[in-house]
Write a protein that binds this ligand. Structure first.
Ligand SMILES: [Fe+2]
Ligand SMILES: [Fe+2]
Length: 232
C-alpha cells in the first residue's frame, strides 16, 4: 500500500498553535487579577461535559487523543502493535497531566490572597510547560513514526474514511472551533489542497462555511493566495 494521506499533521498544526497561544497567555498572566485568571483557567478544563466553552483548549487536546484511541489506533495496532501501545501509554500520561493542571487551576482560583495566587501561578506555568513539552514530543512521534506506517498499511480511501468518522462525531460548534485553529495554522499549499477538495466534493454550504472561516481567521495575504490558486 502506498497511501499519501496524513491524518495527523493538519490537526497537530492547530494543536501546536493552541499550545503556543496558551503558553504565551500563561506566562504573561497576572494571577492577582481574578477575572483574567478565571478566563485563563476556563481553557484548562479537560472535559467538554463540564467545560464552559466549546473552544476550551485542554478539552480539545483530550478529545483529539480519544479520537485517535477509538478510530485510528485500533486498526493501526493490527500492524504496529508495539508503536500503538507506546503512543497509547503517552495518551494516558497526557490525560493525567491535563487533569492535574485543571485541578490545580481551580485550587489556584480558590486561594484568598493575590500574593498566594501569584506564587501558585509560577507552579501552574511549570505544570503547563511540562504538559506542553510532552504533548509536542508526542505529536512529533505520531507524525514521524506513525504517519509513514499508516501510509504503508492503509490506502487513501481507508484513511479518508477514518477522518470522516472522526469529523462526523464532532458537534458543529466544536468542529468550527477546531477548524478556527487549524486553518490559520496551515500553509498556502495545504489550504489550497483542502479548499480544492472541498470545492470538488463537499456540499456547497460546507465549502462556504470553511471559506468564511478562512476569510475571518487566515492571514489576508495567505488567504488571497489560496483563493487565486483554487479559483474561489
Ligand atoms: Fe496522540
Ligand atoms: Fe495526535
Amino acid at each position: 500500500m502506498t497511501g499519501t494521506e496524513d491524518l495527523f499533521t493538519p490537526v497537530h498544526k492547530g494543536l501546536r498553535s493552541m499550545i503556543y497561544g496558551l503558553s504565551a497567555r500563561l506566562q504573561t498572566n497576572d494571577f492577582a487579577d481574578l477575572p483574567a485568571t478565571a478566563a485563563l483557567v476556563t481553557d484548562l478544563e479537560n472535559d467538554f461535559s463540564t467545560a464552559r466553552s466549546a473552544g476550551c483548549i485542554l478539552c480539545m487536546f483530550a478529545t483529539h487523543a480519544s479520537e485517535e484511541d477509538t478510530v485510528i489506533f485500533p486498526p493501526a495496532a493490527r500492524f504496529e502493535n508495539s508503536l500503538v501501545t507506546s503512543l497509547l501509554a503517552e495518551h494516558h500520561d497526557l490525560t493525567r497531566r491535563e487533569l492535574a493542571l485543571g485541578k490545580f487551576g481551580h485550587e489556584l482560583m480558590a486561594l484568598p490572597s493575590a500574593p498566594d495566587r501569584v506564587a501558585a501561578g509560577v507552579r501552574l506555568n511549570q505544570m503547563a510547560n511540562e504538559l506542553f513539552v510532552a504533548y509536542l514530543a508526542h505529536m512529533n512521534r505520531e507524525e514521524s513514526e506513525l504517519v509513514p506506517r499508516m501510509r504503508e498499511h492503509f490506502g487513501d480511501p481507508e484513511q479518508a474514511a477514518m477522518r470522516g468518522t472522526i469529523i462526523a462525531r464532532f458537534p458543529p460548534d466544536r468542529l468550527y472551533a477546531l477548524l478556527g485553529w487549524m486553518l490559520p495554522s496551515m500553509n498556502a499549499t495545504e489550504l489550497s489542497d483542502l479548499l480544492s477538495s472541498l470545492k470538488k466534493g463537499a456540499p456547497p454550504p460546507l465549502l462556504k462555511a470553511v471559506s468564511d472561516l478562512c476569510e475571518a481567521r487566515v492571514e489576508g495575504h495567505r488567504w488571497n493566495e489560496v483563493r487565486t490558486r483554487v479559483g474561489l
